[in-house]
Every structure is written in C-alpha cells, then in structure tokens.
Design a protein around this ligand. Structure first.
Ligand code: 5GP
Ligand code: ZN
Length: 414
C-alpha cells in the first residue's frame, strides 16, 4: 500500500466535507481508501488535505490536480442551504449492530461480486411484501397503472433526460462486439492467447478496446426514464397520469459500495407522475403522507429532509445542487441503520417542467407537462427494516410476518 497526503490549494469548510467525501473515490480508481485532513483556521476547522491510500504507486501530480479541480468546480461553489427536516416518525431508534454479518453467516445475503449481493428468505419475502405495500398505495391513491420495463435503456433517452451529462460516474454502458466474424475471431484469439500472468478481466478489457462498440444501450440507473420516453411527443388525456413499475437499476458506485446500503445493482419501485404543475405537486405531497403512514405502521424510526443529487462534471453542478435544495425539489426518507448512520430509502422528487420539455410531453391544455417521481430502494428499505426489527419474522409487526410467512408457505407448496 502507498500513502500520499494531497494538499488542497483551497481549503474546504467543514459544512462541505460530506460533499467532498461523496466524490473522492470517483477521482481515480487507484484510490483504495482515504481520509480528510483537518486544520484550524482561526476558530474554525477546515479540510486542508486528503490522505489517500493506493495499491500501486500513483502519479501524485495528476492526483493533486484532479482533487483540486474537483474542489474548485464541484465543491466550493456550493452554497450552504441547511437540510430542512419536514417529518419525523414517532418510533424510537433501535438497531441491531451485527445485522449484515448475521445475514452473511446465515446465507441470507450472498456476496456475488463487487457491489452485488444475492438474497435468501426471509429477506426476499420481506422485499416482496414491501414492494406490494408501495405498489398498492400508489394504485389506491392515484390509480397508478403497473408497468414493466427492460433493464436496458437506449443511451439516447439518458442523453435527452440530462442524466448522461449529470451523472456519468454512475453509468454502466452495455457494449458488444462489432457485428462481424473478424471481430469475434479477434476477440477469442486475444483472450485465449493471453499470457498466463494476465487475469481474465485485463485480457477482456484489452480485447474489447480493439473489437467492441457501444451497443446504444445502457443498464438503466432508474426506472422513471422509461416512463418519460413512453410519453414522449404525446399530449396526456388527463391532468395527471400515474404509472408505477419495479425494475433492476444499476449505478457504478466506485468503492462507495457498502453492505446493502449501496449496491451497483439494486431494485427500485418507482411511482411516476406526469401532468399539470398543480396536480403533480399535489400528488407528490399527498403520496409523501401515504408513505409516512406506511413507515409508522411498519414501526420504523426515520425522518424526511430536503436532499440533493451528487451531480458531477458539469459546469452548472453547484448551481443545480443549490437549486434542488433551495426549491425543495427532492426530499429523502432516511432510515437509521447501525453505527449511528441513516440510509436514504425513498426519494420524493419533482423536476418542474424540465423533463416534460426534454421529452415534449404536453398536458390536455397543451401546456408543457410537469413531472415527479417517488423512488423506493427496496433492498435498502428492507435492510433498514431488519436492522431495526431483527432478522426473525417473529419479531416483525404482525401484518408483515403474516404476509411473509404465508407467501413462504405458498412458495413451499408449489
Ligand atoms: P435516487 O434516484 O433518488 O438517487 O434513488 C432512489 C432510491 O434508490 C434511493 O432513495 C435509494 O433507496 C435507492 N438507491 C439509490 N442508490 C442506491 C444504491 O446504490 N444501492 C441501493 N441499495 N439503493 C440505492
Ligand atoms: Zn425517478
């Protein structure tokens, strides 16, 4: 291991230390771990350097330049807007510290590659139950229609929505070999003839650089972009259209992946609203109330506060974060997990008319449609649930343990 202390040309106030921490791993894949170094500036503490550990020797000049650029482009311009807490559950916080280790020991969580996990019962039953509770609430309140979309999404749709240039760090592009015999043969030859010291991934990377192309599709990072594309160029026939779907989502979280809290592949239930400005705002707000009631009923501790997305690589980064916080476009439900931390399990978003404009969606009055979405991270939600209630269904609220046990019985009798 190699350690470097990279000094920052401009000091970062402590209120922005979290924003810096969220992005350091994206600076370079060489970084194995890091810590922020603080110093006193008068009475206040500031971050003056980042201590990074790398496996191989690194080009410190380049690392220094990239870290300093990150600080000046994406961190320092962020203005301070206090998180604003709008709701708090009535349940006290209690968490079982060793939940993830016990899930691994009992084969309930099955490591299957970086940022990826398989799952067994009762966790899978719990995920299915929670998903059904959220789906049914959306159907009851808005008549949301259930849809099913592919895991791949045309990359052009992500470009149209702005995702491609706002969150490039998350994207997992689908590649394929050039569609010609020479490419297949060249690929096979390069991989088969690799020198025995070279590992498969390195050999495949090299062969792909020579023989592959982008397929035109990307593993979908969220479900809702499919819904905007489905309505692109159309006029809605109602003031509010609501669609719900569950999908597998992919976000390359670099080394930030952690237990079930942050995965490269996870499942999202989304409820999407498209319509007039008022109806979309009302729908998001009233669905938040529905979700608060569900969280109370599930006996979970948690709270909801204003949030922002980790935008990147765009000259307008800081402005976007500030606007999102200030205009309260995004709220998150945070559920406590062990170690005094919380995870964002649900996000409640409105996008104004930006996506309606990008996808040319109009209301029945021919106005540009507004959009909003509520996104449930099912594994995260279920993980926070078992951290708080334990892994044994006998200790869960009655309605949940009954539903999970009866669906297990149905599975067993099949
Ligand atoms: P958003 O689109 O607001 O970033 O994400 C919506 C929801 O998806 C989050 O509130 C969270 O529950 C879930 N989610 C986002 N990223 C991850 C991740 O890396 N791992 C897991 N397990 N869930 C995630
Ligand atoms: Zn969404």
């Amino acid at each position: 291991m190699h350690q470097y202390t990279v000094p920052l040309s401009q000091k970062v106030p402590l209120r922005l230390a979290g924003e810096l921490s969220k992005r350091v791993f994206f600076v370079s894949e060489d970084i194995e771990s890091f810590e922020l170094v603080e110093e006193k500036e008068g009475e206040t503490a500031v971050v003056c350097a980042v201590r990074v550990t790398t496996r191989a020797p690194s080009d410190t000049v380049q690392m220094r330049s990239m870290l300093n650029q990150l600080v000046s482009d994406d961190i320092l311009p962020q203005r301070s807007v206090m998180e604003h807490r709008i709701w708090q559950s009535s349940h006290p916080v209690t968490t079982h510290d060793d939940t993830f280790d016990r899930m691994l020991d009992q084969g309930i969580a099955i490591p299957s590659g970086e940022g990826q996990l398989g799952f067994g019962d009762p966790f899978t039953g719990l995920v299915a139950h929670l998903d059904e509770v959220f789906r049914a609430a959306a159907q009851r309140s808005f008549g949301a229609l259930e849809h099913r979309y592919p895991s791949l999404i045309p990359t052009g749709v992500l470009a149209r929505s702005g995702y491609l240039t706002s969150f490039p760090q998350f994207l997992m592009f689908a590649g394929r070999l050039h569609g010609e015999l020479d490419s297949y043969k060249g690929f096979v030859k390069q991989v088969s003839d690799r020198d025995s010291a070279e590992d498969t991934d390195a050999a495949v990377s090299r062969a792909l650089a020579d023989h592959s192309t982008h397929s035109g599709y990307t593993l979908s990072p969220a479900v809702c972009y499919h819904v905007y594309e489905q309505h692109a160029g159309k006029s809605l026939d109602a003031d509010l259209v609501s669609v719900t779907a569950r999908g597998t989502c992919f976000r390359h979280e670099s080394r930030y992946h952690r237990s079930l809290e942050r995965l490269w592949e996870f499942t999202m239930r989304e409820v999407v609203f498209i319509g007039s400005e008022n109806r979309v705002a009302e729908a998001r707000n009233s669905f938040m109330q529905d979700v608060f009631a569900i969280v109370e009923e599930l006996g979970l501790a948690g709270h909801v506060e204003t949030a922002s997305d980790p935008f990147f690589c765009d000259a307008k980064t800081a402005e976007k974060i500030w606007t999102q916080r200030l205009m309260q476009l995004k709220y998150e439900l945070l559920l406590p997990v062990p170690g005094g931390r919380s995870v964002a399990a649900v996000s409640f978003n409105t996008h104004g008319s930006s996506l309606g404009e990008a996808f040319s969606i109009r209301t029945p009055d021919r106005e540009i449609a507004h959009t909003g979405c509520v996104a449930f991270g099912l594994e995260r939600f279920a993980y926070a649930f078992v951290c708080q209630h334990g892994l044994d269904p006998a200790g869960w609220p009655d309605a949940v343990s009954r539903s999970v046990q009866s669906s297990g019985a149905t599975e067993a009798s099949r």
